[in-house]
Ligand binder design. Structure first.
Ligand SMILES: Cc1ncc(COP(=O)(O)O)c(C=O)c1O
Length: 456
């Protein structure tokens, strides 16, 4: 099989147009190795990874610590389950996470992907309510355009029509409220500044559906899809109050925002609220091995641990694989020995300023939003009047130009149009100002070119 090409079509890609990789001129890089914040493709071309692969290579590529931990664990005990047995790496990781996550988020349950983590939270919430004598609480509220995964339960929580529609009907009882898009607020005439009408919209759904039927509200601390919608001041606290008022669980989906993306271990810590469940994945191992899971609070653990026959009726063979847990522990070690969170905290304001300077220079940028190492630039046809590009223009801009041009100039970023067109950046958390400056410099050039192209 040596010499097989991506264009042969044996390997099928995720969420990637077939026209991008099958046929005579595939334009998807085949990546071969990585070092620090950079990756190289099979032709030896170097790219700055401005997306940390997919929001996950927190401590960068080529580190010795995680391979060493993986090898040691593979030699000692390559596998044991957390299903009827347990193993030390999972026990140690659960303890390490509970120490670093806020409040009484004291219990950890491990799976393999973010979607599975969301599935697990859906099921945990249902079982919690049933254990409290409320088995009819099954409905879930999340937000428009939010991405919470692709398996059929998680897809119900996802609020992206393009991802959902081909698979409908999905599980019943999934509702989507407006998100916190302050640039194009659709709920309040007075925004900005936000008057939290968007939070009240969640409450209205709960009340309309009957609180005794609602299980959970899912929110990301900063919503990725649509382009880094940050929470307005008091928004997440208001969601917490609403959940408490109606006995609904609050799930903070931190598959992207956890593990330093916002400069703290969790988005909950960053914004000062305590959810009932935090889901996580990606950055827990800095992507050196697949691992995901959820941490949940004591009252949930207590409700599920009553009676001899009690158990969480959920499991996965690989959930909390010992090699992945050992890798996650090594990753936490790197975070702490190199003050990775401190690096993000020291540079995030500076990075935001650089991106705002890009906006000042390029009229095509209508909005810059984000925090930590998690930012988006929304592209507009007319900044003055916030006019969006037509679908054809957006297609031409993103697929006809930006995606390829960014790669040509050696930057992996995301040109995304799941809502309005945005360029998303999410560099490794170890990136210093030199690397960030290089990233901003490439964006500067590409935005200038994009502006000229769209003018014509
Ligand atoms: C917030 C959020 N939840 C869930 C998921 C699903 O994670 P996975 O792709 O690991 O299934 C993602 C993936 O990007 C995500 O961003």
């Amino acid at each position: 099989m040596r010499g097989a090409q991506l264009s042969d079509g044996h390997l099928w890609l995720h969420f990637t147009r077939t026209s991008d990789w099958r046929g005579d001129a595939p334009n998807v890089p085949v990546l071969e190795r990585g070092e620090g914040c950079y990756v190289w493709d099979a032709n030896g071309t170097r790219y700055l990874d401005g997306l940390s692969a997919l929001f996950c290579v927190q401590v960068g590529y080529g580190r010795p610590e995680m391979p060493a931990a993986a090898e040691a664990q593979m030699r000692k005990l390559p596998f044991a389950t957390n299903w009827g047995t347990a193993h030390q790496p999972a026990i140690d990781l659960a303890a390490a996470l509970t120490e670093r996550f806020p409040g009484d988020l004291d219990h950890a349950f491990f799976v393999n992907s973010g979607s599975e983590a969301v599935e697990s939270a859906l099921k945990l919430a249902r079982q919690y309510h049933a254990a409290n004598g409320q088995p009819n609480r099954y409905k879930v509220v999340s937000r428009n355009f939010a991405y919470h995964g692709t398996t059929l339960g998680a897809l119900g929580v996802t609020g992206l029509a393009g991802a959902r529609t081909p698979f409908e009907p999905l599980a019943p009882g999934m509702f989507h409220a407006p998100n916190t898009n302050e640039y194009r607020c659709q709920t309040s005439l007075h925004c900005p500044p936000c008057d939290l009408t968007c939070a009240m919209a969640i409450e209205r759904i709960i009340v309309a559906e009957g609180p005794e039927t609602v299980s959970a509200v899912f929110v990301e601390p900063v919503q990725n899809a649509g382009g880094c919608f940050t929470p307005p001041p008091g928004y997440l606290q208001r969601i917490r109050e609403i959940c408490d008022r109606y006995g609904v669980l609050m799930v903070s989906d931190e598959v992207i925002c956890g593990f330093g993306r916002l400069g703290r271990w969790t988005g909950a810590e960053r914004y000062g609220y305590l959810p009932d469940i935090i889901t996580f994945a990606k950055g827990v191992t800095s992507a050196y091995a697949p691992l995901a899971g959820m941490l949940f609070r004591r009252h949930i653990g207590d409700a599920l641990a009553t009676g001899r026959a009690s158990m969480f009726v959920h499991g996965a063979t690989w959930g909390g694989h010992p090699v992945s847990c050992a890798v996650a522990l090594a990753n936490i070690g790197v975070f702490e020995s190199e003050d990775v969170l401190g690096n993000v905290q020291r540079n995030e304001v500076w990075l935001g300023e650089q991106l705002h300077e890009l906006m000042a220079r390029h009229e095509i940028v209508g909005d810059v939003r984000g925090t930590g190492y998690f930012w988006a630039l929304e592209l507009v046809a007319d900044r003055e009047r916030k006019v969006m590009f037509t679908n054809e223009q957006a297609e031409d801009l993103l697929r006809g130009f930006l995606s390829a041009r960014l790669l040509e100039l050696g930057l992996i970023a995301r040109a995304d149009d799941r809502d309005e067109p945005v360029i998303q950046i999410s560099p490794p958390l170890v990136a210093d100002r030199e690397v960030l400056g290089e990233l901003v410099g490439i964006l500067d050039q590409v935005l200038g070119e994009a502006q000229k192209r769209m003018r014509h």
